[in-house]
Write a protein that binds this ligand. Structure first.
Ligand code: OAD
Length: 232
């Protein structure tokens, strides 16, 4: 089976009702990114940071995977699909995708402030002020903040380097190192980009752009890759 590598971003979850970050009305218009998504912000005001992610988590529990997530599951019948996602939501998993790598962490998990390798599933939606790891240190969201290392980049690069086809869905390609992943795809493989808006990328001549929202865009992709009509 050919390996189909997907790099997804906030846009794939937009039709599930989750706000993107940089679109008009996106989260970074409403919140100061450095206040809620950096170690410095956490040091200044941990309550604000916990509330920001607790609110996101609460909202996530009410959201459902959309047709884009479902389409990627269906493509597993034809391809060895591996998803590398910048998203911290769990909608790919809930849709049923088997191979999902989260490079920016997972909203429904908590990690120790002192020992980041100690990671826990969160029951419900809240990390409370007195929730601690087994060594007694405060728990924080298991999310990669600006300025922090991205340990999953190494496996993500390995996966991308073995791609036969690569698809980029719903990301502005603004955040590095995630945005650099495309550069690790083998030269000459088919590259697709699904986004209703224009995405700036240095080498657009290499890319087949499907200028649609994710749900419709994955349908178009499905048709092009399989030659069949989607039945999902
Ligand atoms: P952005 O908000 O930067 O980009 C979202 C992209 O989705 C844009 O290119 C939009 O045009 C597109 N989009 C909007 N609606 C869409 C739809 N219905 N279908 C498909 N595409 C749509 O989000 P990301 O690129 O994912 O990091 O952001 C990258 C990282 O920045 C995030 O992982 C997060 C953030 O700060 C962390 O939290 C560490």
């Amino acid at each position: 089976m050919q390996k189909l590598v997907v790099l997804s971003g906030a846009g794939i979850s937009a039709e599930s009702g989750i706000k993107t970050f940089r679109d008009m009305g996106g989260l970074w218009e409403e919140y100061d990114i450095m206040e809620v998504a950096s170690p410095q912000g956490w040091a200044r005001n941990p309550e604000l940071v916990q509330k920001f992610y607790n609110d996101r988590r609460k909202q996530l529990l009410e959201c459902r995977p959309n047709r884009a997530h479902l389409g990627l599951v269906e493509l597993e019948k034809y391809f060895d699909v591996e998803i590398i996602t910048q998203n911290v939501d769990d909608l790919h998993e809930r849709a049923g995708s088997k191979k999902v790598l989260h490079i920016h962490g997972e909203l429904r998990k908590a990690q120790s402030t002192k020992y980041p390798e100690l990671v826990y599933d969160i029951e419900g939606w809240e990390i409370k002020d007195d929730d601690r790891c087994e060594k007694g240190f405060q728990l924080r969201p298991h999310v990669v903040w600006f300025g922090e290392p991205v340990p999953a980049m190494e496996p993500a690069i390995e996966i991308t380097a073995r791609a036969d086809i690569m698809v980029v869905i719903g990301t502005s390609l603004n955040v590095y190192p995630a945005a650099s992943l495309i550069d690790f795809a083998p030269a000459g493989i088919p590259l697709y980009l699904i986004d209703p808006n224009e995405v700036i990328y240095s080498d657009t001549s290499r890319i087949n752009v499907i200028k649609e929202k994710a749900g419709k865009g994955v349908e178009v992709l499905f048709g092009r890759l399989t030659g069949e009509k989607p039945t999902y």
